[in-house]
Design a protein around this ligand. Structure first.
Ligand SMILES: Cc1ncc(COP(=O)(O)O)c(C=O)c1O
Length: 396
């Protein structure tokens, strides 16, 4: 059948927009499942736990109480106040409601901050392998994406010198992400302080600190945020949200913290795009931040168990090796010894043995030679998956 549609004449900027492959691989995996295949999901980055009951109840009550209307673009005043208190408590800093913008997820803070600050040709330093939307958005707005490698031999922590050596008079923004997706790597306080000390010499450079996994740390690791440094605080945009910590990925709830005049500009971007974040979700989000935290602790204890289990199983597989990451719920084993491209391994694991995972290259060119497993799945499924992966690697 011949198409009668005219060619799709998109705006040029669309050609620069990337994507998040996790959603595509998930769709392919679901498709195979619909055909009757048994697929084990280790691809998508979301907790496999349900949202804690107290949060769900708060949302149901909020719906009944009439929180079904538009609210202010920057968030309900009581929710902004609540987030400011949470940020102050969790980071040991002062924080005011007018510095908070509540947005539908973690991603919008990234999107809006880059839209609001980065001009054509401005350089943005970002981690690679890293969350794919950083690179996508930098390119989309016409910025110059300056890749900063994360190395396995450094346990995928940022090496301060790698950031410092990339700073230039054209740098507009540095993106930090610790604990990190896709590696689970954690950049420690000393290393971050070194980067910040250098950034003090560049007063026009902004910092986007993506701390969406800040509560997901293991082995006694402590979270550090550049917001704590008063000299740099006005140039830091904090990205955080409810998705990972409270198993609320589908609720679309996140927040940004930044100086109040920038917050007002981000609110303007909200008016132009979403109008506001769902009102009843915000009320539920307040319960999440102030209510019983035991479900978060239980989830973290389970992730910790799975983390150790999956790393042990991976290291028993010939052709794979993996260090024990200190954060998030991902592992990024090396498959370099196989000589196969990461994308080939991703596709073959899905098609041949029904294990859905992501090629390291889904997170940037520096991810070649690695695959990412999300261990947000049961111990039983992790064990079954690694058995299949072992079979695949042994057959090579
Ligand atoms: C590092 C990082 N930042 C931000 C996000 C976006 O979170 P959300 O689903 O709340 O938009 C993710 C989600 O995977 C992430 O891994």
């Amino acid at each position: 059948m011949t198409s009668t549609l005219a060619p799709l004449a998109l705006a040029d900027r669309m050609g620069r927009l990337g994507t998040e492959t996790a959603f595509e691989v998930l769709a392919r995996a679901k498709n195979l499942e619909a055909q009757g295949r048994d697929i084990i999901h280790l691809e998508i980055g979301e907790p496999d736990f349900d949202t804690p009951a107290n949060i769900v109840e708060a949302a149901v009550k909020a719906l009944r109480d009439g929180f079904t209307h538009y609210g202010p673009a920057a968030g309900l005043p009581q929710a902004r106040e609540c987030v400011a208190d949470y940020v102050a408590r969790s980071r040991g800093i002062s924080c005011h409601a007018d510095e908070v913008v509540i947005v539908p997820g973690g991603k919008p803070t990234m999107f809006y901050a880059i839209m609001a600050l980065v001009n054509q040709g401005d350089e943005v330093i970002y981690p690679n392998p890293g969350f794919p939307i950083y690179e996508s958005m930098i390119n989309f707005v016409g910025g110059t994406a300056v890749s900063c490698p994360l190395r396995e031999e450094n346990q995928f922590a940022l090496d301060p010198q790698d950031v410092i050596s990339r700073l230039s008079e054209n740098t507009k923004l540095v993106i930090l992400n610790s604990p990190a997706n896709p590696t689970g790597g954690v950049t420690g306080k000393n290393d971050l302080e070194q980067i910040i000390a250098e950034l003090k010499k560049y007063p026009d450079v902004w910092i986007l600190s993506d701390e969406i996994y800040s509560r997901m740390l293991y082995d006694g690791e402590q979270h550090y945020t550049p917001l704590t440094d008063p000299e740099i605080r006005d140039r830091v945009i904090l990205l955080d949200g409810w998705s990972k910590t409270y198993a609320m990925t589908g609720w679309r709830m996140g927040f940004g913290v930044m100086r109040s005049d920038l917050a007002a500009q981000v609110a303007k971007l909200m008016v132009n795009s979403n109008s506001c974040t769902a009102s009843f979700s915000q009320i539920a989000g307040m319960e999440a931040l102030t209510g019983d935290q035991s479900a978060v602790d239980e989830m973290l204890a389970k992730f910790d168990q799975r983390r150790k289990f999956i790393v042990q199983l991976i290291n028993d597989i010939p052709g794979m090796s993996c260090h024990l990451p200190k954060g998030a719920f991902y592992v990024m084993p090396s498959i370099k010894s196989t000589g196969l491209k990461a994308k080939v391994v991703q596709d073959r694991l899905l098609n041949e043995v029904g294990v859905s995972c992501l090629a390291g290259t889904s997170f940037g060119a520096e991810g070649e030679g690695y695959i990412r497993f999300s261990y947000a799945n049961s111990m039983e499924n992790i064990e079954r998956a690694m058995e299949r992966v072992r079979g695949f690697f042994e057959s090579l």
